[in-house]
Design a protein around this ligand. Sequence first.
Ligand code: P1T
Length: 379
Amino acid sequence: MKFGTKALHAGIKPDPSTGAIMTPIFQTSTYVQDSPGNHKGYEYARSQNPTRTALESNLAALENAKFGRCFASGMSATDTIIKLLNPGDEVVCTNDLYGGTYRLFTKLYAKYGLKFTFVNMQDLNEVREAMTDRTKLVWVETPTNPMMSIVDLVGLSKLTKDFGTLMAVDNTFATPYLQTPIDLGADLVMHSVTKYIAGHSDVVMGAIVTNSEELDEKIGFLQNSSGAVPGPNDCFLVLRGIKTLHVRMDRHSENGQRIAHFLRSHPLVNRVYWPGFDDHPNHDIAKRQMKKFGGMISFMLKDDSLEAAFEVLKKFKVFSLAESLGGVESLAGHPASMTHASIPKEERLKSGLTDSLIRLSVGIEDVDDLIEDLEQAIG
Ligand code: P1T
């Protein structure tokens, strides 16, 4: 089945009691049992909920994976993957990644005896050099947040398989429509569902998918034990959002392309970070592993000062200044003071994240209006 058909139908059956075509919101905390332990597969809503089950099956199908689990946020999904590890284990991570992930790794899990090493994964030699016999997980974002670097997932998975290390990919920026890391050798795929998958800026949620029954069982145990599960209303909203994921991603990518080229030709713009440019350092890999290049773009002004960036952000009329991304409406953010403020400046600068960098989440509005807005804001 092709992506657009799976988006609408995978894991979703009309309600057997009424025929309702939309998966009902099973707003219940528990399920009646005929006799102790004799039930219909649902015991307690932290453990299972039918609205959630439909969403989990749908997401697994979209990622070409066998198993899917949903969580209360992207961070709780990441948190669950890290809980697969033991004290003393080591993790090699992309040095350009969402600030909240960096915070979870360095401020929370480092104190439980886990070691995190951050490397530039555009160079797989750096990954190889950072791996030790204690490395149990490689954590990848591609495209990275916010520098839009691309990591060669096939190359990396060969390396992690040689080392017997798990490879987890945060696929939030690409979505399963543009990139399916399981097909490229990843063991685990994580999502901030909050973003493109939900797509309408009205839900916070996370997900993990895998092809390994053993990993899925462990993740299910953690999901039930820690209990960071999403409610059925949110699962319903995400199921509805997914029905247009492919259509939205096509438009995000189309608008993204126009805006990336517009910015690049603007005399007051210094650098534009977008993997669709022919001369992006990893464009060939991006072309190989992604279907299109999405709607996330970062750029720096020629006046590389914080004040100049703030001035542009203040002037936007259609773009809204806000954290988050992937919704239908266009957002602009300032990573250094917003989404990536928890990463120390010297670490940020290693991946090129300067104080003047502006990040755009290009929405699905009419692109001419978005370009007009950028024109008047940049000047
Ligand atoms: O916000 P939450 O659903 O918990 O997801 C966290 C997360 C994980 N991974 C990536 C790549 C992300 O971008 C995020 C959240 N990011 C933002 C809020 C942001 O504006 O970048």
